[in-house]
Design a protein around this ligand. Structure first.
Ligand SMILES: Nc1ncnc2c1ncn2[C@@H]1O[C@H](COP(=O)(O)OP(=O)(O)O)[C@@H](O)[C@H]1O
Ligand SMILES: [Mg+2]
Length: 242
């Protein structure tokens, strides 16, 4: 039995204009999620963030990221797609959750500092993240989020978590994602990272060609182009006019 928290994503309705005008979104049928780790891959502008954000908002996360009980907004840019989305839920409810957008992680960090600045009898929220996120590098704060804040049995949605991460940190992240997945967590991750994408047993969904479809690791553009570039660096640079 599929024991994931989100088992299927589909459209309740189709409207005109953005975001249905994005080919991969407009053609969305029933997207079945089959593995604890699902990746969204595809060219810039293919709709990965739009769909991930709509899933997040439909689930109850703040559109800018954070955990489910964080409601703040520094700008209101999310698309109305979440209204048209149907999420089929599995038999269990997660005990933890986080929506990470590399673009607005800074705002989540600021929001945590603001909450901690208010008088409260509760422990400082930032201690759950191993201290102030503003006092860490981006890579360090992501590692702290993975290791300290995320506790398993969670639904975790990450948009390009590799932004600003070294290869070492990405490898550490892979191992931590596996630990959390073994503790009954589900991940949906939009990524351009050939390292994250290599997670064994993950389902990779490509947004290229106007339709969302499963693809093997070795058939992704990310794998092919990185591999080709590293093996043929001079030829490729020459093609670019160097
Ligand atoms: N508010 C908006 N109105 C119209 N088009 C938008 C809006 N926001 C984003 N888009 C367009 O939607 C497309 C998909 O964007 P996005 O989901 O961010 O792509 P990805 O994450 O795959 O790079 C892009 O072409 C983008 O320009
Ligand atoms: Mg994006």
């Amino acid at each position: 039995m599929n024991e994931l928290y989100i088992t299927e994503i589909s459209l309740k309705e189709r409207r005109n204009g953005y975001p249905f005008s994005i080919p991969a979104i407009g053609s969305l049928g029933v997207l079945e999620l089959t593995a604890p780790v699902t990746f969204f891959t595809g060219a810039n502008g293919s709709g990965k963030s739009t769909l991930l954000e709509a899933i997040a908002v439909a689930w109850g996360f703040n559109a800018e990221g954070g955990s489910r009980n964080m409601s703040f907004s520094t700008y209101d840019s999310h698309s109305p797609l979440y209204n048209s989305l149907r999420l089929a839920k599995g038999p269990y409810r997660p005990k933890d959750g986080f929506f990470l957008r590399a673009e607005s992680y800074y705002n989540v960090a600021s929001h945590i500092e603001e909450l901690d600045a208010q008088p409260a009898f509760a422990p400082m929220i930032k201690m759950a993240y191993g201290g102030s996120l503003h006092e860490k590098s981006h890579g360090e704060s992501f590692a702290a989020l993975l290791n300290e804040r995320l506790g398993g049995m969670g639904l975790y949605l990450f948009d390009e978590p590799e932004a600003a991460l070294s290869i070492d940190t990405q490898l550490v992240a892979l191992a931590r994602i596996r630990e959390l997945a073994e503790e009954r967590s589900q991940f949906i991750i939009a990524t351009h990272s050939p390292i994250l994408l290599a997670y064994p047993g993950a389902e990779i969904l490509s947004f290229d060609g106007g339709k969302i479809k499963p693809v093997a690791y070795e058939d992704t553009d990310i794998y092919r182009v990185y591999k080709y570039f590293l093996n043929n660096r001079e030829r490729m640079l020459a093609e670019l006019g160097f």
